[in-house]
Design a protein around this ligand. Structure first.
Ligand code: 5AD
Ligand code: SF4
Length: 519
């Protein structure tokens, strides 16, 4: 591990040498677990996007050799990590209220508990977090997670530690690969970060500041990670990046790889049934990637392609670098390549200067596209972004009313999309036991949650399911090949070394595109 400039603060509590701030844990340089009577427990809570969820898993992996075992119970923890999100104001404020609660837990614990803040709030606010909440021992930005063992040791030894560097070395080269057992415990669907950061500088967005410039992992590293995951039983990978379709990995021979090329290569990995990627910018949707949706059976017909607004004026002010017509034309090309594709998007209402007319342009675009699932937000001025200083900030009640109207339309479209699936037979990747005994849950190619009556050993298989009914948040159906196990596309038993039979814990599969990356 490279030694790096890390800011160390005189922590308010450390000077006392006693009380909750005293850290009689392992000495710097020794494994955190050495000499402790009980194994150390790690509690990580992740907020925001899927990349944060992926990062949380990698943080747990890098701390496991230090003796930290994950716990889902905050009160048991010796190390608490809040992996934060800064994308909207409420996301950041939520963190401070969480920190207040954890401070109380620390004080009641009767043993040293180390509190770390990671993620984009850590990156954006740095030492200010420790000033605002004295219980915090460590602030670590997203590019420094590979340094966590050392940082945690220093934090436990006393003093607030802050590392918000953008180091020259890539954290990916230094992060431990998860063990086979840890991968299996996480379920059949996995995230793989292939790209990080963003150079687009949309005027509302903090990502270029918190995650830095666009970087892509080398294709060999991505392929090796995916092969390891598949060997441990993973059936679906979601390639992650804030601007994932800008992926431009360079291989050892110096050749550039696009996301389309990466997907083509991944699609021939035996045992990998499904590939997804998120989040994409319309301008980086190159023709080869559109064609990949036609040509690659493993590339799922679901695309999250945020448009944010349907008004050319607002798109320009947002620095999105395309207009509504270009988005609609792109949607036409994508649908020509893959007619059944389910489209998803993000929307922001109330960007500064948005008039009723602009907002109606957004509604008109939504009507023309027809989205299967979406996310929509009121504009939240982020300090340091150009949007925050623009004139014409839209009053809260106007934003609320517009959001309400937009969401009503989007919800109608979502339900219509789901209803249109009734009577169809869709391949479902089963990823967890269902909510009720005797049920299993999975996802359609369009990322809809489905449950059927079936045995737990369906988990890890892709099976045809006839969709029977639509609920508010999921579909239900029945196996269309019941009794015909030969029909299973990827039977868990058929893949050497795979045993997800009943072991995949509920809730560990990726959430729907519920909390996503920006783009
Ligand atoms: N205000 C409101 N929504 C925002 N998003 C990003 N920044 C802001 C902001 N300042 C939304 C965008 C993005 C999604 C992840 O979050 O729609 O695509
Ligand atoms: Fe980049 Fe997406 Fe943020 Fe725009 S919204 S700056 S494309 S991460």
């Amino acid at each position: 591990m490279t030694d790096t400039p890390v800011q160390t603060f005189a922590h308010p509590d450390a000077a006392q040498g006693a009380g909750p701030g005293a850290r009689p844990g392992p000495q710097p340089g020794s494994p955190a677990g050495a000499g402790e009577a009980r194994p150390l427990k790690l509690f990580i809570k992740s907020f925001g996007c899927q990349m944060n969820a992926y990062d949380a898993a990698r943080m747990a992996d890098v701390l496991a050799p230090e003796g930290y075992a994950e716990t889902a119970t905050l009160e048991e923890a010796d190390l608490v990590v809040l992996n934060t999100c800064h994308i909207r104001e409420r996301a950041a404020e939520k963190i401070y209220s969480e920190l207040g609660k954890i401070r109380e837990m620390k004080e009641a614990a009767g043993r040293p508990v180390t509190l770390a803040v990671a993620g984009c709030v850590a990156q954006a606010e740095g030492a200010e977090i420790i000033r605002r909440q004295r219980a915090v021992d460590l602030v670590v930005g997203p590019q420094s997670y590979h340094r966590l063992p050392d940082l945690v040791r220093r934090a436990r030894a006393g003093g607030g530690v802050v590392d918000t560097d953008f180091p020259l070395e890539s954290k990916f080269d230094h992060l431990a690969a998860p063990s086979r057992a840890r991968t299996q415990a996480r379920g059949v669907s996995a995230f793989v970060t292939v790209q990080e950061g963003c150079d687009k500088f949309c005027s509302f967005c903090v990502v270029p500041y918190t995650r830095g410039a666009e970087t892509s992992r080398p294709p060999e590293a991505v392929l090796a990670e995916v092969v390891t995951l598949v060997d441990a039983g993973v059936r679906e990978v979601t390639l992650l990046g804030q601007n994932v379709n800008a992926y431009h990995g360079v291989d050892a021979a110096g050749a550039g790889w696009t996301l389309a090329r990466l997907a083509q290569r991944l699609a021939v990995i035996p045992g990998l049934a499904r590939i997804r990627y998120t989040t994409s910018h319309p301008n980086d949707m190159e023709p080869a990637l559109v064609a990949a949706h036609r040509d690659l059976g493993a590339l799922m017909p679901f695309l999250h392609l945020p448009v944010q607004s349907g008004s050319d004026r607002i798109l320009h002010a947002m620095n999105r670098r395309h207009d509504a017509a270009a988005y609609l034309a792109l949607v036409g090309e994508i649908r020509a390549a893959r007619p059944d594709i389910a489209l998803s998007s993000d929307f922001i209402v109330g960007f500064p200067g948005e008039t009723e007319r602009d907002f109606e342009d957004t509604l008109a675009l939504v009507r023309r596209v027809g989205f299967a699932s979406t996310f929509s937000f009121k504009y939240s001025p982020r300090p340091g972004t150009p949007g925050a200083d623009l004139p014409g900030q839209v009053p809260e009640p106007v934003m609320r009313e517009r959001l309400h109207r937009l969401q009503a339309l989007l919800e109608e479209q979502r339900q219509a999309f789901n209803r249109a699936c009734v009577g169809r037979t869709l391949d479902v990747l089963f990823d967890k036991p269902g909510r009720h005994p005797g049920q299993v849950g999975g996802r359609t190619p369009y990322l809809q949650a489905v449950h059927v009556e079936g045995a737990p050993d369906l988990v890890g298989t892709v099976r045809p399911v006839e969709i029977l009914t639509v609920g508010p948040n999921s579909l239900s159906g029945r196996l269309a090949d019941a009794g015909d196990r030969a029909g299973a596309l990827f039977d868990s038993g058929a893949h050497a070394g795979t045993s997800f039979a009943s072991g995949a814990p509920a809730g560990l599969s990726p959430s729907p595109v519920a909390e996503r990356l920006a783009s």
